[in-house]
Design a protein around this ligand. Structure first.
Ligand code: PLP
Length: 477
């Protein structure tokens, strides 16, 4: 008895609640002073109404007072604000990961951005040869520079390095075999797997050696009349340690010569300059790889190079000529913005000093811990007093990462601002910073939220300090 009574009264109150939801037109009348595209306004009104109905039916809303005009309009405004905020926006990367794949990898220098703006808003000679007045090739605009910097005979550029590898294999090895060391069958983030790309290209993978050790004779024994090329792949994001051996590029080149087979190397990151100058492990540069006699080398434009997303393919003239003629090339081509950004970057690389100063990826790698510390102290000075006992603020030693699947185990000594909030949990602080109008992304370590200042630009320090005051609900002082 008592039970059915309860059920009845609950039902009637649910009906009452449902009746209290405003009609669309009534709600629209409440918000018709708000300046926003009509379809967004209508959409948000419907969303709020539907959400309230769901709440009531789900038994989550029981109080008529929760359906008041002010409450509903506030909910509407929150939804509208979210719709009006661009989905694709800038963030402050305080993770210390320089080539952060999830945050856009490399930043372009202002020189490159100026060029992008120019070609974006004006006609250009993208495929128009100004000396002959005839149709030209978009690659010719950067090919000469690429050859100048690396010593390659020829080159072309496609959408990204995954496309570069696909195009090279499709051109040179379709229906034939490609010999690769077992230890180099890597998977890079975002579903790039050497065996899968190989399959897509129609080439057949011929794995040789053991996971940890591969010798010249392993390659040699695998060579037969079906062999199209010998492929070397940079291990990028992992490393085999202990009892290991891989065949060096010069040995592979010698073997290729002996059997008249092209040797291709997927360098992954690929750098034009020797990174040991930043205290990183020595890796062969693109120029050194070319010099070692490789027939084709591929690498990304936006990893260690610090340019726009692109896949660069350099090598011997005859082979590159065949790759250029592959119809697949048309489907993988770069757009004018990439080309504009890339040319600016390459012009900086003509002078290494200039490149190191102006290309953000390189400049961040080059920053000494002392310089990073200066930036960290600048942030501390701006917020410590204002945050007072709401949060403990201090500078600490930390390690930055090159990132981008490049140089997996290599860290750069750095300095971070460590935040230890006293009145909220670390996860809450992390979330609030992420939800800020200019999102700030740090990392939680040792019971603190660390803001590694290596990847925070000088002109972002003010915005970062403002974000901290906002999330701690402190007035600017
Ligand atoms: C990163 C990487 C790729 C993929 O390059 P994208 O430019 O991201 O397409 C391919 N091969 C290796 C070895 C890599 O490190």
């Amino acid at each position: 008895m008592a039970d059915s009574d309860k059920k009845k009264s609950h039902e009637s109150s649910m009906k009452e609640l449902l009746r209290a939801i405003p009609k669309v037109d009534e709600f629209l009348g409440w918000v018709d002073h708000i300046q926003a595209p009509v379809r967004f306004v209508k959409g948000c009104v419907r969303e709020v109404i539907n959400a309230e109905r769901e709440f009531i039916l789900g038994g989550k809303l029981k109080d008529l007072a929760d359906l008041g005009r002010e409450t509903l309009v506030a909910k509407f405004e929150k939804r509208l604000q979210a719709k009006l905020t661009p989905s694709f926006r800038t963030v402050i990367n305080a993770t210390g990961v320089i080539v952060h794949t999830n945050m856009g990898r490399s930043l372009l220098p202002v020189e490159a951005m100026d060029n992008l703006v120019k070609v974006g808003s004006h006609y250009s000679n993208l495929e128009f040869d100004l000396s002959t007045g005839k149709r030209g090739s978009r690659y010719s605009l950067v090919e000469e520079l690429l050859c100048e910097i690396t010593g390659a005979e020829a080159g072309l550029v496609v959408n990204n390095n995954a496309a570069a590898v696909l195009l090279v294999l499709d051109t040179l090895a379709k229906g034939r075999e490609v010999v690769v060391s077992r230890g180099q069958l890597v998977e890079i983030g975002g579903s790039f797997r050497i065996p899968a790309v190989m399959e897509k290209s129609g080439a057949f993978l011929r794995e040789v050696g053991a996971t940890n050790r591969t010798h010249v004779k392993d390659y040699e024994e695998a060579i037969n009349e079906q062999t199209a090329l010998l492929l070397k792949v940079h291990m990028s994001n992992y490393r085999i340690i202990g009892f290991t051996s891989e065949v060096s590029l010069p040995d592979l080149v010698a073997l290729g010569k002996k059997h008249a087979l092209p040797v291709v190397e997927d360098l992954g990151s690929g750098s034009f300059i020797d990174l040991s100058r930043f205290g990183l492990e020595k890796e062969p540069t693109v120029g050194e790889t070319i010099k070692a006699g490789v027939d084709v080398v591929t690498f990304s434009g936006d990893k260690l190079l610090g340019g726009p997303q692109a896949g660069l393919i350099l090598g011997k003239k005859e082979i590159i000529g065949r790759i250029k003629k592959n119809p697949l090339n048309r489907a993988l081509r770069i757009d004018k913005f990439t080309l504009a950004g890339l040319e600016s970057i390459l012009r900086l690389y003509v002078d290494e000093e200039l490149a190191e100063k102006h290309i953000p990826t390189l400049a961040m790698m080059a920053m000494s811990p002392e310089m990073v510390n200066k930036r960290a102290l600048k942030l501390v000075r701006r917020v410590k007093k204002a945050l007072g006992d709401k949060c403990d603020v201090a500078t600490v030693d930390t390690m930055s990462r090159v990132g981008g699947g490049a140089m997996p185990e290599q860290d750069l000594p750095s300095r971070a601002v460590a935040l230890r909030p006293r009145m909220m949990r670390l996860n809450e602080l992390e979330k609030r910073l992420r939800d800020n109008s200019l999102p700030v992304i740090g990392r939680i370590e040792d019971e603190a939220l660390l803001l590694d200042m290596r990847t925070v630009a000088e002109d972002e320090v003010v915005q970062l300090s403002q974000a901290l005051l906002t999330v701690f609900e402190v007035e600017d002082v």
